[in-house]
Structure formats: C-alpha cells, structure tokens
Design a protein around this ligand. Structure first.
Ligand code: PA5
Length: 351
C-alpha cells in the first residue's frame, strides 16, 4: 500500500513535503520576483529571447516557452549546451537559469552571450553565475537554493514568466489571473494526491508503471510536460523513461512498435492529453493508441485540468511529479539523491 508510512520510510530527505509545498512555492516565487529591478530593460530593442539552463533548471525555460511562444512577436528559444548559435548577440535577451549557479554548460553559454553583447539576466541560487552577474552589473534574481533543482521548479519558471510579462513578451497570458488559477488548482490536486488518500491517479499510474518502461506521448504543445515527466521518473524513481511527441512520432516511431517484442510488451504508455491541442493531433493520439495497444503493457491517458494554458500544463506536471514519487517508493528508492549526476559533475571538475 502506498500510504504515508511507506512513503516516509523511503523518503528520508522528504521529497513528499517538497511536492506538498509546490503551490506555496509558486506563490512565493511570484512574491520574490515582484521587487526585482529591471531598470532600463523596457526601452531596449530585443529581437529574440534565449532561456539557458540544464536539467532541473532547463525545464523552467521549456515551460515558459510553452506559455508565451505562440503569442510572442519574437522567437523564444531554450538553450541547453556550451556553445551558442550565431544568432545570439546584440538584441538577444539571454536569461541564464541555474539552481546551483555552477553548471558549466550554462556558465559557458552566458559568458559567450556576454561577450557578444546580449542583454543578460541571471536567475540562480548563487554560485559562479551569481558572482559573474554581480561583477558585471547584470540583474540577478537570487532564489532559495534548498533541496534539489527539480524541487524548485516554481522558482525556476515563474520569475522568467514574470520578467517576460513585464517586458511585454507574454501577450495573451494574464500573469496575475493565470498564476492564481494555477496555484489554486495545484493546491486542490496536491490534497488529492497525498499518500493519506487511499487511492489516487498518481498511485494508480505508479502501480501500472512499476516493472515497466514508461513511454510518454504528448502533443507538441505539451513538450515541456513530457520532458518533465521523463526527467522526474529518471531522477526520483531511478527508472528509465522516454518520451516522444505527436504528430512527429506518427511519421516514424509508430512503426517501431513491434520489435524487440519482449521489450515492447514491457513498455507502459502514458498519453498526455489536452483539449486545446490541435484537433487533428487529438485524433492522431486516439488512432495511435488503437494501433499500438496490443504491443504494449498497457496505455493510460492523463488529461489536463484547468482553464488557462499555465494551469493545464502544471496540472499535468503535478500528476507526473507525484507519480514519480510513488514509483520511487514502489521501487524502494529514496527519491531525493541523484548520485550519478553528482559523481559525473565531480569527475568533470577533476578534468
Ligand atoms: O536535477 C538535477 O540535479 C540536474 O538536472 C540539475 O538541475 C542540472 O544538472 C543543472 O544543475 P543546476 O540546476 O544547478 O544548474
């Protein structure tokens, strides 16, 4: 039974409380960014926006892009690498996001953006990124850096959204109304997902996924959510998971659902659904499920809730986050530590 006693037994560093506190964290992030000074930034001529960050810090950029890009008059890109594309330079608003402030890919890209004359903003818990920003007079929002980056999602995406809203790049997005709706919805969902609730959707999904390889399919508009589900299952449950997007996977991956047959029958598919996705993509998801189902270990659909795009994205993220916690517990894994990520960073530091 996935009750509080069992969850607490496998969760000594308290990922559970991080998930319970997520709606309050979002409210805290809204407050934190209110006093952030961006003097002179509204007068600058910005031609493109790049949000740089890796892993738990990078997902914030994906979420922001999902909310603003369709209505933004200039291109919005999320960047996850050392080097930068040639278009980044004067006229680029470059927002570097790093929970620790010490992620080498982010540091290298922000240095290049600075050398090329981009307009910079840093969002970080401290480290070298904060030092870099302070020394050069770059606006730097310091976020509370406790726990794991993936548990600080509220601090990693909401300030970026608020900044783009203030600079006039979040058209069609009602910052106050949409964040309030999202926070209320998240509070309601969190109550229902708590381990004290005898059964709930994340517990069901974790039971279905346990011992299987989770494959996440989503419409292109839910790309950020699919990435988050995959990463949370990887890092919290220490399980492989993969995602792909529709319509693209209808043009290649769908043919792969045959071999190795022992493997396909161990894959549990989650289809992330949103009523606002293109109606042809929704139809494609239905047909895809019909065509591949007999080769899988099962298929579950998870539907977004809420009105605004932000609320709908976060409602799906909440289901995925809680599912990954219950999956960790099902595998008797402590969801918090990421031993390999730390070890890899340690070895890289040695040269
Ligand atoms: O979850 C993690 O620990 C990673 O995905 C990190 O977020 C990633 O390595 C980047 O580090 P940071 O968020 O400190 O920039």
């Amino acid at each position: 039974m996935l009750d509080s006693i069992r969850v607490r037994r496998h969760d000594p560093e308290n990922m559970l409380d991080q998930l319970i506190g997520f709606p309050d964290q979002c409210a805290g992030a809204v407050k934190l960014v209110e006093g952030f000074q961006l003097d002179g930034y509204t007068e600058l001529e910005i031609r493109n926006i790049v949000i740089a960050g890796m892993g738990g810090s990078g997902i914030g950029g994906d979420l922001v892009k999902a909310v603003v890009a369709d209505n933004c008059p200039i291109p919005v890109a999320v960047h996850r690498d050392y080097s930068l594309p040639a278009f980044v330079g004067q006229g680029t608003l470059f927002i570097a996001v790093s929970f620790s402030g010490n992620t080498e890919e982010t540091l290298m890209s922000v240095e290049t953006a600075y050398e090329r004359g981009a307009v910079l903003i840093a969002i970080t818990g401290g480290g070298k990124l904060a030092e870099f920003a302070v020394q050069r007079g770059i606006p730097c929002l310091t976020i509370p850096a406790r726990g794991q980056p993936r548990s600080a999602l509220g601090y990693l995406y909401l300030p970026v959204l608020a900044i783009l809203d203030r600079l006039g790049f979040a058209q069609g997005f009602d910052f106050r109304g949409d964040t309030q709706e999202a926070i209320h919805l998240l509070s309601r969902l969190v109550n229902g997902f708590h381990p004290d609730v005898e059964d709930n959707r994340p517990k069901q999904l974790a039971r279905q996924m346990c011992g299987k390889l989770p494959i996440i399919y989503a419409p292109q508009s839910l790309r950020a959510v699919a990435i988050r589900w995959t990463a949370q299952i990887n890092e919290n449950a220490k399980s492989l998971a993969y995602h792909n997007l529709l319509p693209e996977m209808n043009h290649n991956e769908i043919e792969g659902w045959k071999f190795p047959s022992d493997l396909t029958r161990c894959c549990f598919v989650v289809m992330l659904c949103d009523d606002a996705a293109h109606n042809r993509t929704q139809r494609r998801m239905e047909i895809t499920a019909q065509l591949i189902e007999k080769h899988t270990a099962g298929i579950a659909q998870v539907h977004s809730q809420g009105e605004s795009l932000l609320a709908r994205l976060l409602s799906l993220i909440a289901v995925g986050d809680w599912t990954s916690l219950y999956l960790a517990v099902s595998y008797a894994q402590d969801p918090t530590p990421v031993v390999r990520i730390q070890e890899l960073k340690r070895r890289l530091q040695m040269g």
